[in-house]
Write a protein of this length. Sequence first.
Length: 182
Amino acid sequence: MITAVPDFHFGSHEIDRSADQDLAAVESGTHIDTGTLATSNVVSIQDDRSQAKLDGWDLQVAQTDFANAGTTDASDADASDVLTGVNIWFKTPNVTIDGANKGDAALPTTSDQTVRVNNQASTFMKGGATSFGSVAATLGTAPTSGTASDAIFLHVPKTVNPTDKAHYQSDITWTLIASPNS
């Protein structure tokens, strides 16, 4: 089962249309209709199957489009106003995996050492038959007041055209896939 997933806030920014931007997650900020959202940086799973049944697991992640959630509340939200090409990415050299029985749990290896999240589910972390119990991935240093994340980023291409003063939000879906040996 998934035991912890993070929330991310990226602050308020003017969009620079002359260059793509990679914005680091910040400590906290306003989330429309929810109040303050604090950024956390731990993803964890718990695999309590018997060792005879262990055959691995795959933790996948996907996100919805960043949609206009309104300016101060959801009353002026426009779900059709989306920021095309905006996605979250994790700098994998700054991610650590811990657990007494983490075994062979690992992040996927990519040429640019990142895991990019978009609307297609992709593997965030994978474990084999030696990865069981509590396994946690810590996404770098948690942002604090005055410091930003060193592992969690938002990629904003210069081609986006946001509505002035609107908040944009996306939902992230984490899926754990595991099946016992037959």
